[in-house]
Design a protein around this ligand. Structure first.
Ligand code: GDP
Ligand code: MN
Length: 380
């Protein structure tokens, strides 16, 4: 999960990394009020989950509350790389003497967190890595050993930062960023730019955060930062129902048990010339409740014209899934044809249950390939 700048800065603040005072605003009037409360010059910043906002006109300085309101009007509704601006962060403007870059990310190759620091901040780090690689200090942290202060010192010397006052502040910021990264189970924590003011104060002017979805259960305070409005409404609905669902743009609804089988089903449907409407994993169970939930999610997508249930019974008993499907159909009004392929544990009984029920819109098929073909045919 990616965090907005203002959310990342909130985490920075909690871990003691210096940031400017700011307020969130969703209307020009709120932006004006925020600027009044903050006082002085402010910067009005688009909150979207993409970089390069500055270049796209999504970051603007404002001299007074009037100006802040005007700048907010300009930025709200702006489309930045396909992200429409609905939220603004109004922050006390900083004077910038230098722009540095600091990040810690997860280096999968080395299986260790990797710090990067350069005095060439403010631009894309890829550009620095390409054009002036010698200016980019890189340092891995052994997670078993944990963070040691010498690592920050080596990083700071590596980036040729020789001002003792900056060194001292950076030492503390690097340590805090590491703690913040580890304690929130992040994949990336980036500060670009990390500025030095004319008075010599080092602080984070931007934040980019990616936290590990799989660890969110450990961090309810971070989990609640998820922006439900920006997410696909169907995926939000699925999450609420506890259904593992990813929306695709075709017309064949897909339901498999187990992520591997569900993914293969997406592939097979595409292979026989169909267009999958979604990925959906029923998980281990196959009781009526689970089937109803999944069907509710899948059929909410108006593009779905047929549904393909692909069930392989290992732990899951397919006779139970068959009963689940029938019970679900009793409880819901589903107009789309449903192709069902049952195989594995108790498959014969499962198929018999479906055959005996004799529902007009249920089409049993014996193999995955035949099931996919039938579902694609029925979607036409
Ligand atoms: P990004 O373009 O999405 O990475 O957004 P940033 O938050 O990094 O802002 C882009 C640029 O706007 C920064 O590199 C700064 O040059 C400038 N900027 C942002 N905040 C301030 C500020 O408080 N004062 C000044 N003078 N410039 C700022
Ligand atoms: Mn930035």
């Amino acid at each position: 999960m990616d965090l907005y700048e203002y959310q990342g800065k909130e985490l920075f603040r909690r871990f003691g990394i210096p940031v400017s005072e700011g307020r969130l605003a969703t209307t020009p009037e709120e932006a004006r009020a925020a600027a009044e409360e903050i006082g002085g010059q402010v910067v009005v910043k688009a909150q979207v989950l993409t970089g390069g906002r500055g270049k796209a006109g999504g970051v603007k300085l404002a001299d007074d509350p009037d100006d802040a309101e005007q700048k907010a009007r300009d930025i709200l509704g702006l489309d930045i790389n396909g992200h429409v601006v609905r939220k603004l962060w109004i922050e006390s403007a900083s004077e910038i003497a230098k722009e540095y870059y600091l990040s810690v990310t997860f280096d999968r190759g080395q299986k260790q967190p990797l710090f990067m620091l350069t005095t060439q901040g403010g631009v894309e780090i890829e550009q620095v890595a390409e054009e002036t690689p010698e200016a980019l200090a890189r340092l891995h942290v052994d997670p078993l050993e944990g963070y040691q202060p010498w690592q920050a010192r080596r990083l700071i010397y590596g980036a040729s930062i020789d001002d003792p006052n900056e060194q001292k502040q950076l030492l503390s910021i690097v340590e805090k960023l590491y703690r913040c990264f580890v304690e929130t189970d992040s994949m990336l924590a980036e500060i670009n730019p990390l500025i030095v003011t004319p008075e010599g104060e080092v602080k984070a002017l931007d934040s980019k955060f990616t936290v590990d979805d799989n660890a969110l259960y450990k961090h309810p305070d971070v989990a609640e930062m998820r922006d439900v409005e920006a997410a696909d409404p169907l995926e939000t609905f699925a999450r609420e129902k506890g259904v593992t669902y990813v929306k695709l743009d075709g017309d064949v609804g897909i339901l498999g048990n187990g992520a591997g089988l569900a993914m293969s089903t997406v592939d097979v449907v595409a292979h026989v010339g169909g267009r999958p409407a979604n990925f959906c994993d029923l998980g281990g169970g196959g009781d009526a409740e689970g089937v109803v939930d999944a069907l509710e999610v899948i059929t909410r997508d108006p593009q779905v014209r047929s549904i393909f249930f692909n069930i392989f019974g290992g732990i899951t008993r397919t006779d139970e899934v068959a009963r689940g499907i029938l019970a679900a159909l009793d409880r819901m009004d589903i107009s789309q044809p449903i192709v069902v392929r049952l195989d594995g544990t108790n498959a014969e009984e499962g198929r018999r249950i479906l055959a005996d029920a004799n529902r007009p819109n249920v089409y049993p098929e014996a193999t995955m390939l035949d099931g996919a073909r039938r579902a694609v045919e029925l979607a036409k």
